[in-house]
Ligand binder design. Structure first.
Ligand code: ASP
Ligand code: MG
Length: 430
């Protein structure tokens, strides 16, 4: 008998009716004889509402109290799902992250999972109960309640699936899988039936909102396959399969045997899998005068770059360096782009960079990223992307290349049209 780990996001448990619908689907999964663990996020926009509530009593709520507050969101959804299951005659029990054995470090608001000690979950599974676990939370060695950063329920689910030896982690969400672009922006977008860990991590980082990046990094580390499915259970969804070459200790047999690669696919691909859009972002230009004391050398601490718990959106906010240029007079120009919700305090303070530093911020910028092996032919892809944008007179402000990505900085006003154009030319026509 196997263990299944299912995760339902906030939009799938927004109302009591939806919670009952999830309970019915969980029941159906259990009928197949598997033991089932369900990880839930807070109902709908609850986490955002709790953050706003905190800010009504304090401008700078302490991270400890904020974590205590935010974890109540998942307590509500976990108990309701458990009650719904019980009302359908299914034995069920809910656990907080702490009860479920999610042990984290002490970083309030952005904690990392250190280990999973899920003996209570195992015991209850043995008893034949469905176990509901609150996502996004854990407990530190000091017995403080912690949260894993916005969107962290995905990470809880992946960690539990690894620990419990599940075949895969099933993430149920309000879209039926991972798409080649945001369907709300691009009409011709397509569902990706399969995507590898690396491009998925890149997509999540550069604006894709379906999966939390840290969850995919964790899955890759242990070679756990992940499936992203519509919460109505509409298949096929998107599979992130285990691959030989990932950090997985054991490669799946299908990739060990020679000759089992799909024949029709070339071994190396020059495809762009998807186009991610992050908008608006802030384009920051810092001009540091030549010889400025302390210039750039003063390290920025973690607290300045990590995501604050007050983020309105999910996931780690985008932060990309676009250039560091030595200007003719000896000044240094540092340029970067940061998501609207990224905490930039330390970066915008001129005194941190050096005397006489000028910091300029353009708040209405956007970053479009092409993701896929195709960008490895970088010069070629860059030329193509720029000439495609030039056909519609869309100027670019900056470029950033990553291993599997090419990011273009441009004005927010052009962002959606440019995304559609690049998707049409580089994904649909490819
Ligand atoms: N409820 C939390 C959030 O909104 C965690 C999650 O959804 O994964 O960030
Ligand atoms: Mg949520």
């Amino acid at each position: 008998m196997g263990v299944r780990v299912l995760k339902y996001g906030g939009s799938s448990v927004e109302t009591p009716e939806q919670i009952l619908a999830v309970a019915r689907r969980v029941l159906a999964r259990r009928a197949s004889g598997d033991r089932v663990v369900v990880v839930v996020s807070a109902m709908g926009q609850t986490t955002d509402e709790l953050i706003r509530l905190a800010h009504r009593v304090s401008r700078t709520p302490s991270r400890r109290e904020l974590d205590m507050l935010l974890t109540t969101g998942e307590r509500v959804s976990m108990t309701l799902l458990s009650m719904a299951l019980q009302s359908l005659g299914c034995p069920a029990i809910s656990f907080t992250g702490s009860q479920g054995g999610i042990v984290t470090d002490s970083r309030q608001g952005d904690a990392r999972i250190q280990s999973v000690r899920a003996f209570r979950i195992r015991e209850e599974l043995e008893r034949g109960r469905v176990v509901i676990v609150a996502g996004f939370q854990g407990v530190s060695p000091e017995k403080e309640v912690t949260t894993l950063g916005r969107g962290g329920s995905d990470t809880t689910a992946v960690a539990l699936a690894i620990h419990l030896g599940a075949q895969r982690c099933e993430i149920y969400t309000d879209v039926p899988g991972v798409f080649s672009a945001d369907p709300r922006v691009v009409p011709g977008t397509r569902l990706l039936p399969e995507i590898d860990y690396e491009p998925m991590i890149t997509l999540s980082h550069l604006g894709g909102r379906v999966l939390f990046r840290r969850a995919v990094i964790l899955a890759r580390k242990y070679g756990l396959p992940v499936e992203v499915l519509g919460s109505r259970g509409d298949r096929p969804g998107t599979r992130i399969p285990r691959r030989a070459g990932s950090n997985a200790s054991a490669a799946t047999p299908e990739f060990c045997g020679a000759g089992t690669f799909p024949e029709e696919e070339p071994m190396e691909s020059d495809h762009i899998l998807g186009v991610a859009l992050e908008s608006p972002v802030r384009w920051v230009r810092v001009t540091v005068p030549a010889g400025a004391p302390n210039g750039q050398t003063r390290p920025l601490t973690e607290e300045h770059t990590s995501a604050p718990p007050s983020l309105p959106s999910g996931g780690t906010p985008l932060f990309l360096f676009f250039a560091r240029t030595l200007l003719p007079g000896g000044d240094t120009l540092v340029q970067f782009a940061a998501a609207e919700d990224a905490d930039l305090d330390g970066w915008l303070d001129p005194t941190r960079w050096g005397l006489g530093t000028r910091v300029e911020v353009e708040p209405r910028a956007a970053v479009i990223s092409l993701v896929g092996e195709g960008v490895l032919a970088c010069g070629e892809m860059l030329r193509r992307a720029e000439s495609i944008l030039a056909t519609e007179d869309i100027p670019t402000w900056g470029l950033h290349t990553g291993t599997l990505s090419l990011s273009i900085l441009l004005a927010e006003t052009h962002a959606e049209a440019a995304t559609r154009l690049l998707h049409r030319e580089l994904v649909e026509k490819a």
